[in-house]
Design a binder for this molecule. Structure first.
Ligand code: CDP
Ligand code: CDP
Length: 224
């Protein structure tokens, strides 16, 4: 098998990127990296420290105190913030409500992209996010751009959070997804945009198995 294949999955919030990325990693025995978890963990750090999020100088200076690491278990992506596993906490609403403004800061993005590119060296990997096919790995062999009906996306995320016992409303989730998509697509620094050579995958009416089959067909030429 050819080594160092990168599958880049980008798209809007909650449209199934990480579900597909994990399933692909498991099936193909690739490493899975959730780049969104990195922006979320950085945001959590600032929230825990009560940092003034409008003070970009403070945020940029503090970046050197943030150490992020992944450890892979069962093709899940577990993230460590300064040695502490925070995979669950970064999914909660306070982080979701603030992450896109932190992710829009140029210096934050530079630091994350550097780290992501290092992780992709000499490994077969699936990475999902917003700028993977455009900025992080513009030469990725396979690029997928995922989308789905906004209402369906909100319902899926709502069901997921309710099952975890979070106290949220469907309206709150819908608004958060719409707000993040707005910030992510309109920011100056590597906004969410489909790479010209990315294949669109709209999974509004697809099951998780169907979207996996679709992606495998696109990757197959590179792995045989
Ligand atoms: O899973 P969900 O769609 O809720 O989002 P995520 O992938 O965890 O990403 C959270 C936020 O991080 C996004 O809304 C973006 O603001 C930011 N992000 C980014 O800017 N670039 C990436 N490569 C990944 C995430
Ligand atoms: O990573 P991203 O934020 O794009 O989305 P996700 O966390 O992979 O998916 C959000 C929710 O949609 C999860 O609960 C998935 O199980 C669900 N999903 C689904 O119901 N059908 C699909 N075809 C894809 C995802």
């Amino acid at each position: 098998m050819v080594k160092n294949i990168v599958v880049a999955i980008d798209g809007y919030s909650s449209c199934g990127k990480s579900t597909l990325a994990k399933a692909l990693a498991k099936k193909l025995h690739f490493i899975y990296v959730d780049s969104g978890a990195m922006y979320r963990a950085v945001t959590l750090y600032f929230l825990r420290n009560n940092t003034d999020l409008s003070n970009h100088d403070l945020i940029i200076d503090a970046l050197e105190h943030i150490d992020l690491n992944f450890h892979s278990r069962d093709y899940q992506s577990h993230i460590l913030l300064n040695g502490e596993e925070v995979s669950e906490e970064i999914r909660q609403m306070p982080v979701s409500e603030n992450v896109s403004r932190i992710a829009a800061i140029k210096e934050v993005r530079k630091a994350m992209v550097r780290k992501q590119q290092k992780m992709g060296k000499s490994k077969n990997m699936v990475m999902d996010g917003r700028d993977i096919g455009t900025t992080v790995f513009p030469d990725a062999q396979v690029k997928l751009f995922m989308t789905a009906d906004p209402k369906i996306r909100a319902e899926r995320r709502y069901n997921e959070l309710i099952a975890k016992g979070e106290n949220v409303s469907l309206e709150e989730i819908f608004d958060n997804l719409a707000h993040r998509d707005f910030l992510d697509t309109t920011r100056e620094e590597s906004p969410l945009v489909r790479a010209e050579d990315a294949i669109i995958l709209d999974n509004t009416d697809l099951t998780e198995t169907e979207q996996l089959d679709f992606a495998i067909e696109k990757i197959r030429p590179f792995i045989v």
